[in-house]
Write a new protein. Structure first.
Length: 607
């Protein structure tokens, strides 16, 4: 809606300026501006200054709130890190803060909360992260209380490459409003490059709580430039260039798989990690895909284009290789590209009734397919890449113990390539590592802490590790660390892959640890070596009596690997074992597992 002197408190020249400015603002900029204005008014705006009610239809701004509860639900640790940052800023402003994981929060105290701030990611296909499940289910149960105007706000973390982008955050936002809560700041949905949007949301929250000055609301600049300060500044936005020490194929001759063992140097980086953490890696797109995309679009490889969220420019080929994502299509991207060339037919995919067709197209294709399937002649490279998102980092579970390998970090990466729709498709990072990364080269990396996947604080606690394929990576780190610490707790590994002779990753190390007693027990499942396919969950069920005894002795269970099938099958096996060996009902077995999760005795790193 256009602002006019008849529908707003602005003079004509002011309305004209705003009408030129507002359509150019991003969502993050709009949120920042609303927070800035709220802080400006709280800091001493002229009495009686008019603010259009329609500008914040569902928002409230309590004066100088003194208490706030910050709850986070996080699978990889990003939500928890941001929650801690928000709690720190609130504390600095004199707010009494309760900071808690959703799984540790007592839901029957929700009605007493004065200001509720939710930071939550979405896992898999629209599911809550593990430590948010219990609170999510409570809110949607009949036990959920009426919140009677309780101020709240939600920061949703997600990935636009998934169909149900930020669904968990959206669900929390809608449900809290249904229960009578009032938004003190609008929900913000963050993509994988979340820093700027998260900063804007925090500024808006602080302003709405009446605790921030206008100066404190200046947004933090996010840049991928190398750090000028101390090496401890290396992070997601300023990755460290880690030298490649080793890059080995772990699979034997004759295997139809290729799994790389990658060793990187962290010397002089100041980066530290613990077993259970992940390493973020910024990859490069396949040069063949880049060249074919440039040719299909009729561009010149050396023409200059802007870098993501930057005034800097670089040659198009370099930009598409190292800076922009070109292998993933999303509905929001399709919508933007359809608007770029309205007459080329792409917009028809967005028509009502063609949702399944759009879903299938987005799932199976990339930008090269789009360039070949639709008419793009005349579209400039700059206009096109302006709609693309920055190439996201890939997270890999760290496969080394920092105690065993100081100043090094090891990864286990399985190469992905396959043929579909008449073309070979490449896993971006895995193919880069397998085909084009040599010892002596460098790789941009950062450490991603994962506080939700950690060894027990008591080294005497028994541990059960379930990790088929590359899911075994963090357990190499766990056992290496337990060996260095001289931990006396029992350990049991369930491992699986296709063939014993060619796909037994780190076989020599497991055998040495078994011999030395670092690893107490190991059960393996090689699915293609038997007439009937056998997986790790089958081995668990075969050892159900002993496994139940370990659980009763306080063992902690860790699961790493595929989320879509393996993790669900393993959880089903655990529930079956609890019912079979413990004589529990289905509901009691579910409660047993939930209690283990709350006690940090059931942790998952699944993807």
């Amino acid at each position: 809606m256009m602002l006019q002197v008849t529908n707003s408190p602005f003079q004509q020249d002011q309305a004209d300026l705003l009408n030129r400015l507002l359509p150019t603002l991003t969502e993050g900029q709009k949120i920042w501006l609303s927070g800035y204005l709220a802080a400006h008014m709280a800091a001493g705006a002229p009495a009686g200054a008019a603010v259009p009610a329609a500008s914040v239809p569902d928002a409230i701004a309590p004066a100088a709130a003194r208490e706030a509860t910050v709850l986070f639900g996080s699978q990889t640790g990003n939500g928890q890190k941001l929650a801690k940052k928000l709690a720190g800023r609130l504390t600095d402003q004199g707010v009494q803060v309760t900071l808690s994981s959703m799984i540790d929060f007592k839901p029957n105290t929700l009605k007493k909360v004065q200001n509720l701030l939710i930071l939550v990611s979405t896992h898999g296909e629209g599911d809550p992260p593990d430590n948010a499940i219990s609170f999510y289910e409570f809110l949607y149960s009949k036990r959920a209380p009426q919140l009677e105007g309780m101020p709240f706000s939600v920061l949703a973390l997600g990935d636009t490459s998934y169909e149900f982008f930020c669904k968990t955050g959206k669900d929390f936002d809608e449900r809290l409003a249904e229960l009578g809560g009032k938004r003190l700041a609008p929900r913000v949905d963050c993509d994988v490059d979340y820093e700027e949007a998260a900063e804007s949301w925090m500024a808006s929250v602080l302003a709405s709580l009446g605790q921030a000055s206008a100066a404190a609301l200046a947004p933090v600049a996010v840049t991928a430039a190398a750090p000028a300060g101390p090496s401890s500044d290396y992070s997601r936005s300023r990755p460290f260039q880690a030298a490649v020490l080793e890059n080995l194929n772990l699979n034997g001759r004759g295997s139809d798989r290729e799994t790389r063992h990658l060793e990187l140097s962290l010397e002089d980086s100041g980066l530290r990690y613990e077993p259970g953490d992940s390493l973020g890696v910024y990859p490069q797109n396949h040069p063949r895909l880049v060249d074919e995309l440039i040719e299909a679009m009729g561009w010149q490889a050396d023409e200059l284009v802007a870098l993501p969220k930057s005034a800097e420019q670089c040659p198009l080929r370099e930009a598409l290789t190292s800076h922009y994502e070109i292998t993933v299509l999303t509905k929001p991207l399709i919508e933007q590209l359809a608007a770029l060339v309205p007459g080329n037919g792409l917009g028809e995919l967005l028509a009502a009734g063609r949702e399944q067709e759009l879903r299938a197209y987005v799932k199976d294709r990339d930008l090269l397919d789009l360039a070949r399937d639709y008419e793009w002649q005349g579209v400039s490279a700059n206009a096109f890449v302006a709609l693309l998102r920055k190439i996201p980092a890939r997270l890999y579970s760290i496969a080394s113990s920092p105690s065993a390998y100081p100043d090094e970090v090891h990864l286990t990466i399985r190469k992905v390539d396959y043929e579909a729709l008449g073309r070979v498709r490449y896993g971006v990072c895995s193919t880069y590592v397998a085909e084009r990364l040599e010892p002596g080269q460098t790789l941009p990396v950062f450490v991603q802490e994962n506080p939700n996947f950690k060894l027990p604080s008591d080294p005497g606690t028994p541990i059960i590790m379930i990790g088929p394929g590359t899911g075994v990576a963090p357990f190499r780190a766990f056992l290496g660390e337990r060996e260095e610490l001289g931990a006396e707790g029992k350990s049991w590994l369930f491992y699986g892959d296709q063939h014993f002779s060619t796909d037994f990753l780190y076989q020599v190390e497991w055998q040495r640890w078994l011999k030395d007693g670092v690893l107490t027990q190991m059960d393996v499942a090689f699915s293609r070596d038997t007439a009937e396919k056998v997986y790790v969950q089958h081995r668990m069920l075969e050892k159900s009596k002993e496994l139940y005894q370990w659980l009763e002795q306080g063992a902690a269970v860790y699961v790493c690997g595929d989320e879509k099938k393996m993790a669900h099958d393993v959880q089903a096996a655990l529930l079956t074992i609890l019912q079979r060996e413990g004589g529990l009902s289905e509901a009691d077995a579910t409660a047993y597992l939930a209690k283990m999760q709350q006690e940090k005795r059931y942790q998952r790193d699944v993807y």
